[in-house]
Design a protein around this ligand. Sequence first.
Ligand code: NAD
Ligand code: DAU
Length: 358
Amino acid sequence: MEKNKSILVTGGCGFIGANFVRLLLKTRPQYRIINLDLLTYAGNLHNLEGISESTQYRFAKGDICDRQLLDTLFKNEQIDTVVHFAAESHVDRSITGPAAFINTNIIGTFSLLETARECWLSEQATSGEYCFLHVSTDEVYGSLGETGYFSEETPFDPRSPYSASKASSDHLVSAYFHTYGLPAIITNCSNNYGPYQFPEKLIPLIFHNSLGGKELPVYGDGKNVRDWLYVEDHCEAILEVIEKGTTGRSYNIGGNNEKQNIEVVHTICDLLDSKVGQLPNQQPRRSLVRYVTDRLGHDRRYAIDASRIKNELGWQPRMSFEKGIEQTIDWYLENSQWVETVIDGTYQDYYRQMYENR
Ligand code: NAD
Ligand code: DAU
């Protein structure tokens, strides 16, 4: 039986955070979870529907940049583990409006690090077993050509405001380990897909447009490559890292599932054709593909060498892309109301109903 932990999950109402909270509740009844989330456009309480506050789980609405709030939470909840997901996460938004990325991803991470340092390492702090896990991205390594993989030794070369802000936060986390001895670990993961992903990202966006017979925007020539990982595999990897990882180390996490974007788009179109039938004009959904102006600075290829986490912690992905994408499409079909409330914006009313009226 694992030791009890009091875990601060930041960004637990987002895509990966919500899947992680669900996994914890299912598999680690002995852990206490405090979910701190600002409920930005990407935070959705419906992602945690069915989970009620209890002695095991508590939701706190707030900003990771708010030092006073962080101090109170760390002290009152006796936080010993941080799993830090909260971020601005969408590359396209970072190109049109980088300021929020600098604020949340850099200043927010800095605020969390400062609070952890003060609460865990000050003279008044009682000794304990602590872990600060910073959830980061493979995009910090830049872009690959046709061959090669990102390893933990690959030099950072971020190329979008998003990846530059994540690289900056990774450097801060490393600095707090080396300078102050803060027990911190970093994970750098490839593209996730699965339930509860905000439909601005490629897979849920293509699902939604394709189902509704709308055009499917494919950037550039559609041949950019991403390494897709099923979200539950990512969440399991994070659990392994907080329970068995070595502080001061970083771990790459990947799906070993390299696909060109156009292949992913075609797969979703074909799955929908076979599950719900072709378009009303009897055309296959692939006919909706439109090649559009490329993303500025679009990274060509990402691919992860995940041998460190496999050799040291025994983790490897369990889900194949073929099975994972079909399961994901089935989930979105069965949860069409979730998608609708996100698209029409009414998901944001849920917080008021749940918390402001009681
Ligand atoms: P997401 O955009 O779906 O969710 C982000 C969450 O953070 C939301 O719930 C939002 O409300 C919350 N948040 C934003 N700003 C906040 C603030 N100032 N204070 C408190 N909460 C705030 O993101 P995601 O896709 O779930 O990604 C989670 C983390 O994983 C991010 O750090 C991202 O960089 C990293 N990551 C994502 C992927 C991916 O494919 N999605 C891959 C590798 C790493
Ligand atoms: O690699 C990990 C990263 O993966 C995470 O750190 C990010 O938070 C996450 O958003 C994701 O970044 P990408 O930019 O790779 O994901 P996105 O879903 O936005 O795009 C995937 C690919 O599809 C990318 O090459 C751009 C392309 N694309 C995207 C959209 C939204 C299109 O061709 N058309 C689109 O409409």
